[in-house]
Ligand binder design. Sequence first.
Ligand SMILES: Nc1ncnc2c1ncn2[C@@H]1O[C@H](COP(=O)(O)OP(=O)(O)OP(=O)(O)O)[C@@H](O)[C@H]1O
Length: 524
Amino acid sequence: MTTVSMATDNPFVDPTSSFEDAGRGTTSDSHLPVGRDASLDIATDSLIVLDESFEKGDSSCCGLWPFGTTANTRAIPLYNILWAELTNESEQDSTLVLTYATPTSKNSVRVATLKYPIEYQMVDLANKWVKKLLDRSYGESQQRKRAKVLVNPHSGKGSAGKWYARDVEPLLKAAHVSIDMVKTRHKGEAVDIAEKIDIEAFDIIASCSGDGLPHEVFNGLGKRPDAKKALSKIAVVHIPCGSGNAMSCNLNGTDSPSLATLAIIKGIQTPLDLISITQGNTRTLSFLSQSVGIVAEADLATENLRWMGSQRFTYGFLVRLIQKALYPCDIAVKVAIDDKPSIREHYRKEQQNHEPASERRGYKFLIDDDASASTGSGSDDSLPPLRYGTVNDKLPEGWELVPYDKLGNFYCGNMAYMASDANFFSPALPNDGYMDLVCINGDISRLEAMQMMFAVETNKLFDNPGVWYRKILGYRIIPKNQEDGFISIDGERVPFAPFQAEIHKGLGTVLSKTGHMYEAPGPV
Ligand SMILES: Nc1ncnc2c1ncn2[C@@H]1O[C@H](COP(=O)(O)OP(=O)(O)OP(=O)(O)O)[C@@H](O)[C@H]1O
């Protein structure tokens, strides 16, 4: 992913119209005269600010006004409006204070403010106008969210604290998000925080980190006696400050901390499928991916090459590719959709599907012949029961262990982007109730393997004939003929031992831009 997705490619261009056209779209209650020389109009997608003082270079209008403005007129996309309110400066007169996110570069925004005096006769009108502006600017998104913010000071190259203070907190404050921030002190602390959090006091838990902290937050919420309730009430959100920032790329459409913060301020509650992983006697939740083979090893076995930055993964991958590394396993899969045309059709249907969040949870739409499927959500608030049992149980009926002696890559994804430029699972959907599984043989030619690697970057992997792509409900994988190796769950290393996975439709909650799709381009 190279470009930033916001309300439009250029956030200061009203996508529907020119300024003049947008102005025509306003109605009288959208129009607010502010003083003799200025007026504010709520248009289709923008706030049109007409102010004679702009021509005189008034310094109250801080920010880089991009092209598309005229000398005395500016269009601020409603998506970028953070807040508006009237403050009383004297008994009679008030000031309208308007804050918004203004671009400072292609990849960042910062807070800017406009202020206009409002005479006392205009106060009622102005208050109504402010309410309308906020309702239109937030749409389905909750205003004044209450955020528990976790900052991992060791994420990535150790800049999360700095980025939080510079790029994140000012936007949250300007948007009247209430903030309770803690810096994590050790691995696992986010699990404890999420496990003990008062779910009535917060709407979101925001991790300024890599993908590791959101993984801990989901698991902390999952450990609670009221797990199901907590996971549906609290939205887990990600502000990208780590080395792996896939969650933000998928849901916020960016790996920029300030743009992600804006996406979260305007984010829409979205149920997210979560996956139960059983291994030994543990049960954990996965929200992003599981991998065995080349991807897991290229990531986890190259920790000593951290100095290489993101290149370390490519390097690790190429080394193993040249060696034609094989990772033999026995695998049993519960398949839901097993051909590419049907998967493409499934994705297209979801693009048109605008059912509310309440309809996107539970098992009722799953195509599954198991009797337990319809009651799988259980009657209490704890985690849903496992429909397929654990890795220690005998194989569920109808599952068959198949030897994959030449396996090169077992990669199961719940989101599309696995990194900012790796749209590995382009047909993945937030709450379709399926995991996306890719299996690639390790004995394909090096040329084919290289072509696949480039296909990821150009969003053509799905169509590559060597890629076996399936939508599935669960699987068991048993590594064999290897003494040790690497298994990655959401980018974290777990013991090299058999494990079993099954999906829970819409068990978790996140915020997204659309309420039902990831930001990655779908299968072409
Ligand atoms: N203060 C801390 N010191 C050390 N580790 C921490 C601290 N706070 C959190 N962690 C742990 O660091 C791990 C990685 O965090 P995160 O995903 O935020 O960063 P990252 O830069 O993407 O790292 P990685 O590439 O190692 O996954 C998580 O397991 C988290 O629990």
